[in-house]
Design a protein around this ligand. Structure first.
Ligand code: IVH
Length: 688
């Protein structure tokens, strides 16, 4: 994020930043809601939205039609049809102590004007994702995610791949129509197995079972859902054409009878006074449960009382989630290891004396960055508190100071541990980076792993471990070497863990990927800040590999039209332009790129926007001084809409856009009878 104070922004800067923020926020929305793989913290995300809103407040005229302010993060987006819930799906208020819980009961009693204790049903709270299942005449007809609570995504096809958890037909008599709600989740064992498989094939790990379950359910290809081994506990009612039961407990019994799993630990507590003991009991069995829970949900049993209590805001007055504290344990910090990532970022990882934290053996914890080590005053040999809060990657909470301390403060390396190059930390940044680039073996291996990963070249059978081995063997230096591996098929077949069949499969997987879409190709290069969405924007804009390459080489010159265009088009911010320019400014990178391209057929990108634009195929000339955009920006935008922009006016010219103080070109256009537009008219034409 630019940290230029908002009052200092010029209109052009504000416009460029709003474009970039819109794109960036949309990217993180997708990462969070669609890909279930958030890349930034909630606080960093909020900061982006706040800056966007503050710029919009200062320049209301610049508010974009796709402004993030007009979108709600959780609202369903692409890929799935929307489904409206007949009764909204709500969330729960939280309690963190026995006092909070007692207050919840008192409030409900006051509201109802009762004095007697309340009977309560207690259910372990699984952190999965809630879904709404609609049955008509006892037959499963539709299923949707919670979405924004009013409207979710239609994941019926995916849910049909889970007949073990979602009956296709309800057992026995059923109402004409009913919405049944429950939690889709992944067991600890299935989650660990999935991540092990992801790691073996060099793919990204899921942060926690919730993200893995959500990602597994929201697959366009329902076959992938079927492979994910998802489970479900049913626990709530939505709309129903007839009354089902008088109490929640009896409702759960109906659910069991119809063929659903109801959490076997769910229990009716005759009075609310039994809740604290139940909370303790479940807390003690928590670590041994086959799935992660983060608390217990307490629901007033009597459905008549539930109806009378109703809702406040988005939460019912008749239920509360009493959360557990995060699971913790103490252990010894053995060492701090520095990992070097694909873009050279140095990340410290704590190596721990293995310890059981809530049923999972923990031997490593993330330390985020070097400041974190200083802030916590971590020294090798310290006794530390580790915590798992639903996440796979445990964290170090603090040093236990009344235990013997490690003696020396940890000295963060300023040389890369993998290649010995300087590792530098630019002022104002938290990350220290290895400057070794392609000479750094760790960066090379990480780039190769990224190169073959699922959303890049997607080469089956070439996981992280294999890449490391082949790299050590000297078979893989750069990405182009991947396509020479089939020449070594016979040799690979004789390696440990390989055979003729698996080696032949690998060769085939590699050959079938020698034709690749431009956007995947760009993403696969692993250039910093060029994730999937930026790769797509670049591919769409430059359409062919040859054109992209040529424009990027020109863009290495600071101040060139191509550089300015790159910086302002399609919301690609200047920091991203700089990364691309740096990449293309390095001769070795260009050589590696060319060697790679020579081994491939890179398919041109579809011109999404261009086809239906009013200026597609038109020859356009800009002349004079433009006020709302720079010349390179105007050119880039026109080209992205399928126009051809030239410098001089001729009979072939279709449109001349005339800015202030235009000279001979405007006169020539008039002589030739060519359509001329003012800047405002041009904008109206292209912005529709
Ligand atoms: S009842 C109005 N019961 O917790 C009632 N929710 O924090 C709303 N959850 O969105 C839900 N276990 O995803 C209910 N036994 C349980 C639950 C449960 C997990 C989740 C659910 C909900 C969230 C609210």
């Amino acid at each position: 994020m630019s940290d230029r104070p908002i009052p200092d922004l010029t209109e052009n800067q504000a416009k460029a930043e709003l474009a970039r923020l819109a794109m960036e926020i949309a990217y993180h929305d997708r990462a969070y809601h669609q890909n279930d793989a958030p890349e930034i913290t909630d606080a960093a995300y909020d900061a982006l939205r706040q800056r966007n809103a503050a710029i919009e407040a200062r320049f209301p005229g610049l508010i974009r039609s796709d402004s993030p302010t007009n979108r709600v993060g959780g609202a369903p987006d692409t890929g799935f049809a929307k489904l409206r819930h007949k009764v909204p799906m709500l969330s729960l208020d939280n309690a963190f102590s026995a006092e909070d819980f007692a207050e919840f009961c008192d409030r409900a009693r006051r509201f109802l004007g009762l004095t007697d204790p309340l009977a309560i049903v207690a259910e372990p709270k699984i952190d999965g994702l809630s879904i709404n299942l609609t049955y008509e005449d006892g037959v499963f007809v539709r299923g949707a995610t919670r979405g924004d609570g009013t409207e979710g995504e239609d994941v019926t096809a995916n849910l049909r791949t889970m007949p073990h958890a979602i009956p296709a037909r309800l057992n026995g008599p059923a109402p004409k129509s009913i919405e049944i709600r429950g939690e889709v989740f992944m067991t600890k064992a299935d989650f660990l197995a999935l991540n092990a498989a992801q790691e073996a094939s060099g793919q990204k790990l899921f942060a926690n079972p919730r993200n893995a379950a959500a990602g597994g359910l929201r697959q366009i290809d329902a076959k992938v859902t079927a492979e994910r081994r998802l489970s479900l506990f049913a626990y709530a009612m939505g709309e129903s054409s007839e009354p089902i039961a008088d109490s929640h407990d009896a409702y759960l019994e109906r659910l069991r009878g119809w063929g659903f799993s109801v959490n076997p630990l769910s229990r009716r507590l005759p009075t609310e006074a039994d809740a604290p003991a139940f909370q303790t009991e479940i807390g003690l069995s928590r670590a041994a449960l086959p799935y992660d829970i983060d608390g217990v949900v307490y629901k007033i049993d009597d459905l008549t009382l539930q109806r009378r209590l109703g809702f406040v805001g988005r939460a019912p007055r008749w239920a509360i989630a009493w959360k557990f504290p995060a699971e913790q344990a103490t252990t010894r910090l053995r060492a701090i290891r520095i990992q070097v990532g694909r873009t050279g970022a140095l990340t410290p990882v704590a190596e721990l004396e293995p310890v059981n934290v809530g049923g999972v053996l923990v031997a490593r914890a993330t330390l985020h960055n070097e400041d974190e080590i200083v802030r916590k005053d971590l020294r090798i040999g310290d006794t530390v508190i580790v915590q798992r809060a639903g996440d796979v990657i445990p964290q170090i909470v603090a040093v236990v100071t009344d235990q013997p301390r490690g003696t020396e403060a940890y000295a963060y390396p300023d040389l890369c541990p993998a290649c010995g190059s300087h590792a530098v930390r630019p002022p104002g940044e938290v990350v220290r980076r290895c400057t070794g680039g392609l000479i750094c073996p760790d960066q090379r291996v990480e780039r190769l792993i990224h190169f073959v990963s699922r959303n890049a070249f997607d080469i089956d059978g070439l996981g992280g471990k294999t890449i490391q081995e082949f790299y050590a063997e000297g078979w893989l230096h750069g990405p182009a070497d991947v396509f020479r591996l089939p020449e070594r098929e016979a040799e690979i077949a004789t390696r440990e863990g390989w055979g003729k069949l698996s080696a032949a499969n690998l060769s085939r997987a590699i050959r079938t990927r020698q034709t690749i879409a431009l956007e995947r190709f760009i993403f696969a290069l692993g250039i910093r800040r060029i994730g999937e969405s930026n790769a797509k924007l670049l591919a769409r804009h430059y359409s062919s590999f040859a054109n992209w390459r040529e424009q990027m080489l020109k863009a290495t010159t600071i101040g060139s039209d191509e550089r300015l265009a790159l910086g302002s088009i399609l919301g690609i911010g200047s920091a991203i332009a700089e990364e691309l320019a740096d990449f293309f400014g390095e001769a070795r990178n260009v050589a590696a790129l060319d060697e790679l391209a020579a081994a491939l057929t890179i398919e041109d990108a579809a011109q999404a926007e261009a086809a239906d634009s009013p200026v597609a195929g038109k020859v356009v000339v800009f002349t004079g001084t433009l006020e709302t955009m720079t010349r390179p920006e105007a050119k880039a935008r026109a080209e992205s809409l399928g126009a051809k922009v030239t410098d001089s006016v001729s009979k072939k010219t279709d449109i001349v856009v005339v800015g202030a103080d235009a000279g001979s070109k405007a006169r020539k256009a008039a002589e030739l009878g060519i359509r001329t537009l003012t800047e405002a008219e041009w904008r109206a034409l292209i912005d529709g």
